[in-house]
Design a binder for this molecule. Structure first.
Ligand SMILES: [Zn+2]
Length: 316
């Protein structure tokens, strides 16, 4: 039989024998949303958590809707709504599995919540995660850490969080003073971290927190928003977190502020500084809200920048 012959052939090549029926994704379905690449000896896996549709009206605080639509058209995107995608990173290094952010869990839009299926399709098990590092405390980054029913998704993982972010969101006075629309975000942070509050490890920017991973303060999007410099041997990369939302809008127009930026002018100053730096250094970058696999490079373009995505490679 042809099938058995193929299995024998893969065995002869020393490859794992995957029965053809199990190797197939149903016709009409998308391939699993994970993508692997390396920075030195560090293996990164981008893991997609679907998307949330966002109307363009009111999305950019300081730009005319007509200009936002023009930018969308320039990137061949819909002029009605933006599909905001979510892409976390899993980091394999020294036999340990670390995550940066966790996606929406079961708390996001119905078009999100695909993270766990993609994580498992990438060959990972939540039990094997030893550390989860958080860039900031917005729900699309933290809710995957704990299901709505209270279940801890990564039973053996330690949580590491920016100290400035913890100080802001866990402060009851700040919560009580917050506008009504923001109170849910404060409650969400407490729901996720409350049960493990005494075990959460807070970190300061500028000091390596795990081998090759150094947090850098990038305030504005939130008070403690953090990006991460990754280095291994001569290779370096910048994990830009939410320094920009969709690159077609905010890498091209770094002075634009998405409604999610809590301090618009500070976020814009941080964005320009970081984009200037990674473009000058020709450093690979990853953005949480860039099109999958959400990694590439930043080129200077007029008064703004352009994101140049990496090319899909079968070689890791
Ligand atoms: Zn986000």
């Amino acid at each position: 039989m042809a099938g058995a012959g193929a299995l024998a052939a893969t065995a002869a090549l020393g490859l794992p024998a995957v029965p053809p029926a199990q190797a197939q994704t149903p016709a009409g379905g998308q391939a699993p949303g994970f993508y692997r690449y390396k920075v030195g000896d560090i293996t990164l896996t981008a893991i997609n958590d679907g998307f949330a549709k966002r109307p363009l009206e009111g999305f950019v605080r300081n730009a005319e809707l007509s200009d936002v639509k023009k930018a969308m058209a320039g990137a061949f995107l819909s002029q009605d709504a933006l599909n905001i995608t979510f892409t976390t990173l899993a980091i394999q290094q020294g036999g340990k599995l670390t995550l940066i952010d966790t996606g929406n869990g079961d708390s996001g839009a119905p078009t999100s919540g695909t993270w766990m299926a993609n994580f498992r399709a990438a060959g990972f098990d939540p039990k094997d995660v030893s550390t989860v590092i958080f860039s900031h405390f917005h729900g699309d980054h933290i809710n995957g850490f704990r299901l709505k029913n209270g279940t801890a998704v990564f039973p053996n993982a330690e949580a590491m969080v920016p100290s400035a972010e913890w100080a802001f969101w866990m402060d009851d006075a700040k919560m009580n003073a917050a506008p009504e629309a923001m109170k849910g975000a404060f409650a969400g942070v407490r729901r996720v971290f409350g049960p493990v509050a005494k075990d959460v490890r807070q970190f300061e920017p500028g000091k390596e927190i795990l081998p090759g991973i150094t947090p850098i303060a990038a305030p504005g999007h939130t008070p403690g928003h953090t990006v991460f410099a990754l280095s291994s041997g001569d290779s370096r990369m910048m994990i830009m977190s939410d320094t920009t939302n969709h690159p077609a809008l905010f890498v091209r127009n770094p002075d634009w502020s998405a409604v999610f930026d809590m301090d618009g002018p500070q976020a814009a100053a941080t964005r320009r500084k970081l984009l200037d730096m990674v473009s000058a250094d020709r450093m690979q970058v990853a953005f949480y809200h860039a099109p999958f696999p959400a990694t590439g490079f930043i080129a200077k373009d007029g008064n703004g920048f352009e994101m140049v995505p990496v090319q899909w490679s079968p070689a890791i």
